[in-house]
Design a protein around this ligand. Structure first.
Ligand SMILES: [Zn+2]
Length: 286
């Protein structure tokens, strides 16, 4: 039974008494109320769904407490509860004792994909090839479409990156790098760029393609990456799509070359280790 109807019945037990004129009127009122509530719940769930689609509400984020949210949306708590339960049924929200969160709705797709891609060297090249074609386009769109909110989010990422850079914290710098690109996909206001790249960013978080922190440990790479990120943010702020595309393409090209170089030096290291024979590991018995 619809939750809101249940609520109405609980508060008006008189609808269970044998039908007479008064009760019929009351039952009719309850039905009208429940239809209104259902309509309101549908409108709220559509609104929340749009916010999830547009990336305003992100997977894993916790929604405000029911009472506060109902107040802000100017609906009753049962209406909000109905809307939340509709979205939970569709796998877009999760509810637990600790509250309501936006579901990690891409996880059922990405978990098996991560397992499939993990530790396959050729996948890195495919990823970088894919990223090369996507990144310039998304950054160009961000330069055309970024709102003030998007600009602020991008600026915050740059500040976070500068702090990590100064602190010589490669893990945090790599995380800020990822966060900046996610902000750019959001600022592109293209929902496919946003959700597909967000899912791929999740794979990057798990180092499925390469170890991002190692990129920031590479000699000379950190400075170069920071200046490229600053140039990307500046082109978006200047609303210059041509420049944004150019600097984004240069950034991915540099990342690709650095990763290729990291891979070559790893291979050289492995080759040298192979050359060390069994005898080198054993104590001289003579
Ligand atoms: Zn980057």
């Amino acid at each position: 039974m619809h939750a809101i109807v249940e609520d109405s019945l609980r508060t008006t037990p008189s609808c269970f008494v044998p039908v007479d004129t008064d009760t019929t009127v009351e039952l009719g009122q309850i039905m009208r109320n429940s239809v209104q509530v259902t309509k309101a719940a549908d409108a709220i769930s559509e609104h929340i769904e749009r916010l999830i689609l547009e990336g305003v509400l992100r997977p894993g984020e916790k929604l405000a407490a029911e009472r506060d949210l109902a107040e802000k949306l100017e609906v009753s708590r049962p209406t909000l509860r109905t809307a939340i339960s509709q979205l939970a049924d569709r796998g877009l929200l999760t509810t637990s004792r600790s509250g309501t969160r936006v579901a990690q709705f891409l996880a059922p797709l990405m978990d098996p994909l991560a397992a499939l891609l993990a530790e396959k060297p050729q996948v890195v090249d495919d990823y970088l090839e894919f990223r090369t074609s996507i990144e310039a386009e998304a950054t160009g769109l961000a330069a055309l479409r970024a709102t003030e909110v998007d600009q602020e989010a991008i600026e915050k990422c740059i500040q976070r990156m500068k702090i990590a850079h100064k602190a010589e914290d490669p893990a945090e710098e790599a995380n800020a790098d990822l966060a900046l690109h996610l902000c750019i996909y959001e600022a592109s206001h293209n929902v496919l760029f946003l959700h597909i790249m967000r899912a791929i960013a999740e794979l990057l978080h798990r180092d499925v393609f390469y170890n991002r922190e190692h990129l920031y440990l590479r000699k000379g790479a950190r400075e170069h990456l920071l200046s490229q990120h600053i140039a990307i943010a500046a082109a978006i702020e200047a609303q210059n799509p041509r420049e944004a595309k150019k600097v984004a393409a240069e950034h991915i090209d540099f990342t690709s070359r650095t990763i290729a170089e990291m891979r070559r030096s790893n291979e050289r290291m492995e080759a040298s280790l192979h050359r060390i024979g069994r005898a080198d590991f054993l104590a001289n018995s003579n």
